[in-house]
Design a protein around this ligand. Structure first.
Ligand SMILES: Cc1cc2nc3c(=O)[nH]c(=O)nc-3n(C[C@H](O)[C@H](O)[C@H](O)COP(=O)(O)OP(=O)(O)OC[C@H]3O[C@@H](n4cnc5c(N)ncnc54)[C@H](O)[C@@H]3O)c2cc1C
Length: 420
């Protein structure tokens, strides 16, 4: 078990690892480039898999409800709104609620969702969450690993630790500094996203989305909707949000004007996401004018009622190595692998990495085995989400090609031929 740890990135993966380590006596510093400690979600939902639920069962001392199960997954096909109901149960919440619960457990941050944070447990290590600190260098020395970072005040500082965890997301600085092998690609489609308070839509529309995940399968475009709490964590009916994600094809051709699409109301060009509230009205209006006639009633109502939709250019990334400097630097969460979001497994992957490392620190498995499992799992989900995206959005040729790659990968795994 490391005694001192620096975690780069204070989002979901960073906080999960931070909580586990401090609860087991390590002294943990989280360095987060975002200067705002009370961060808000992109107003979009996240899904809890079994590892997130297991983590919260063991380490969440707030007693706050973190998610709500959607008991049915409904499929709508073209104009048929009630095509199929499946028994798939998904546990859903918002990023903001999970972040607030994790911060309350990590460093006792009080928020609208967790007004009274839990006290530290006996044996907890010391911990601090430092916002506004952008990591710029990582170097191995005889004393450990030295991390250099630039503060909001323009001052450069450095700290040393036994272990450094890179939990810094899709565009990971740590991964770049280590020259780690990575494949990063644009998917060929964008996602529009937004939320509408369930009290703002007609009673019929509210009823249609209640307690369900709904997938609307249209021609080369599809929509996913489900109920999430606002960042304050209220699950009371009438206060919740209907969250929607609308995937639309947008191939990268010389005619595609991404600069136009990703330039916000202040003239700033974003790499991937134009955040909620900053999308230029004319971009959303022209998208709606073009697509709305194809969209069935309840979904069209959500889109027209949404005040601040936002857009993301969907990318994925896969790194084939998770451990560096003899295991003193690790990559976890989206920094190791960012998936196209069709299965909503990003948070689950982060929790899985943490519970896997817990087994390493308890001496149950080796770090090499953890790395192999993490990379194999990442490839499986990375390929699987590409297959699903291609099937629903990109057409048969791309779908069959990716499905074939997936089958080959699966067969090689069974034969034990996939090795880091
Ligand atoms: C503010 C925010 C809101 C989000 N909202 C949603 C949502 O509503 N729905 C959803 O599905 N997903 C959301 N995500 C993404 C989601 O958290 C991840 O896909 C998933 O949970 C895995 O998390 P992660 O911690 O590995 O990566 P991320 O969540 O991407 O976190 C990476 C963190 O590292 C920080 N960072 C990056 N570079 C540096 C550096 N050089 N120095 C210091 N810090 C650095 C980033 O600021 C970020 O906080 C959000 C992410 C953020 C940061």
């Amino acid at each position: 078990m490391p005694k001192s740890v620096i975690i780069v990135g204070g989002s979901i993966a960073g906080l999960l690892h931070g909580i586990y380590l401090k609860r087991h006596g390590a002294n943990v510093i989280i360095l987060e480039q975002d200067p705002n400690p009370r961060r808000s979600s992109h107003n979009a939902g996240i899904c809890f898999g079994p590892s997130v639920q297991e983590f919260l069962r063991l380490y969440n001392d707030t007693g706050i409800q973190a998610c709500q199960p959607a008991v049915v997954t409904r499929l709508a096909y073209r104009q048929n709104l009630y095509w199929r109901d499946t028994g798939i149960v998904r546990h859903l919440t918002s990023w903001g609620v999970l972040y607030r619960i994790l911060r309350a457990n990590f460093d006792g941050l009080a928020s609208d969702a967790v007004t009274i944070p839990p006290p530290a447990r006996a044996g907890d290590g010391q911990c601090s969450y430092l916002p506004g600190q952008r990591v710029t260098s990582v170097q191995k020395t005889s004393d450990g690993v030295v991390v250099g970072y630039l503060g909001e005040d323009g001052k450069e500082r450095c700290s040393v630790a036994d272990l450094v965890i890179g939990a810094d997301g899709l565009h990971s600085t740590v991964r770049g500094l280590l020259n780690a092998p990575v494949v990063k690609e644009y998917s060929g489609y964008v996602s529009w996203r937004g939320t509408v308070c369930e009290a703002k839509v007609s009673p019929e529309t509210a009823r249609y989305f209640q307690d369900r995940t709904v997938l609307s399968l249209l021609k080369r475009t599809y929509i996913v909707c489900y109920i999430i709490p606002p960042d304050s964590g209220s699950f009371a009916p009438g206060t919740r949000l209907i969250n929607w994600v609308w995937y639309c094809n947008l191939s990268e051709t010389p005619e595609t004007n991404f600069a136009e699409l990703l330039t916000d109301t202040n003239g700033h060009l974003h790499a991937n996401t134009v955040p909620s509230g900053l999308v230029r009205a004319e971009i959303w209006k022209s998208h709606l004018a073009h697509m709305l006639p194809l969209i069935p009633g309840p979904f069209a109502e959500l889109f027209t009622q949404t005040e601040q939709p936002f857009i993301t250019k969907v990318n994925d990334a896969l790194c084939s190595k998770a451990t560096f400097f003899d295991g003193r630097v690790l990559l976890v969460g989206d920094a190791l692998a960012t998936f196209r979001p069709h299965f909503a497994l990003a948070t689950e992957q982060a929790a899985r990495h943490c519970l896997g490392l817990a087994r390493v620190w308890k001496g149950e498995i080796s770090l090499q085995l953890w790395e192999r499992e993490a990379v194999d799992h990442a490839i499986k989900i990375w390929l699987g989400s590409r297959v699903m995206g291609a099937g629903l959005l990109r057409g048969w040729v791309e779908f069959l090609l990716l499905a074939w790659k997936y089958v080959v990968f699966f067969a090689r795994s069974k034969l034990g031929w996939n090795r880091v």
